[in-house]
Design a protein around this ligand. Structure first.
Ligand SMILES: NC(=O)c1ccc[n+]([C@@H]2O[C@H](COP(=O)([O-])OP(=O)(O)OC[C@H]3O[C@@H](n4cnc5c(N)ncnc54)[C@H](OP(=O)(O)O)[C@@H]3O)[C@@H](O)[C@H]2O)c1
Length: 216
């Protein structure tokens, strides 16, 4: 499958590497087609990897991953071009973390809105599915790093897109427990897990942990 990764940071690189290893054709997008991090990643990843602008990557992908900072995601997706997002499943892994005042970060969007909803409103024809934002990127593609039962969440308005993403999470990445939270407004809750997530990371001095929801 052709996959577009929007973002050249550690998340885009980790997801891109895993997807290329699985045999998919992955194009990583950036503000500049000659982005050095993307070029280095493509060289190291091999023939399934290529690079381009945000628009090139979005055009290439049948499925897209938004791996840009939550505060700049709308800007990146505008550069990707609405016509390249229309009708596609857009997996949004971003968080609304604002580090401008140092640690701990605050959330730039919260309570009655979320980055997932902002993206869905801005691009109504894209099928936005919020997921993976509550775990570290190594865990995204290798959940067995953390032993035992632990959970991932999906939020989105389109049932078919959520089912497709759940299959990707389970069959490609190895997730066992995926909780369908409901429509995209439920991304408010999962994005608002981040304040506790960053404090746990600081406490454990490691990002390799996850949430498990226990119920009667
Ligand atoms: N680190 C993790 O393990 C983890 C886990 C869960 C969720 N997340 C979330 O995943 C997302 C990606 O994280 P990351 O650390 O890999 O990357 P990042 O540093 O947050 O974002 C990198 C991308 O943002 C783009 N960007 C920066 N400023 C921009 C602007 N003004 N307009 C458009 N694009 C801009 C960069 O474009 P260029 O390529 O042009 O420089 C780059 O592609 C974040 O939202 C993060 O909160 C991270």
């Amino acid at each position: 499958m052709n996959i577009g990764i929007l973002g050249t940071g550690m998340v885009g690189q980790t997801l891109g590497t895993k997807l290329a290893e699985l045999g998919h054709s992955v194009k990583m997008g950036s503000r500049s087609a000659s982005n050095e991090k993307a070029q280095t990643w493509a060289k190291a990843t091999g023939s399934n990897a290529s690079v381009g602008t945000f628009a090139d990557a979005a055009k290439h992908g049948e499925i897209l991953f938004n791996c840009t900072g939550g505060m700049v995601s709308l800007e990146a997706l505008k550069a990707a071009g609405e016509e390249n997002l229309d009708g596609k499943t857009l997996i949004d892994v971003s968080n609304a973390l604002d580090f401008s005042k140092g640690f701990p970060p605050t959330l730039s969007v919260c309570n009655d809105d979320s980055i997932g909803e902002q993206i869905q409103r801005a691009f109504p024809k894209a099928k936005v599915v919020k997921t993976l934002n509550t775990v570290n990127c190594q865990l995204m593609v290798n959940p067995s790093i953390v032993p035992g039962e632990h959970d991932l969440f999906v939020s989105g308005n389109d049932a078919d897109a959520k089912a497709q993403v759940t299959t990707i999470l389970k069959d490609w990445f190895g997730w066992k427990n995926v909780i369908d939270m409901g429509d995209i407004t439920t991304a408010r809750g999962t994005e608002q897990l981040l304040p506790i997530w960053v404090r746990l990371m600081s406490l454990f001095k490691s990002p390799q942990f996850n949430f498990h929801i226990a119920k009667a």
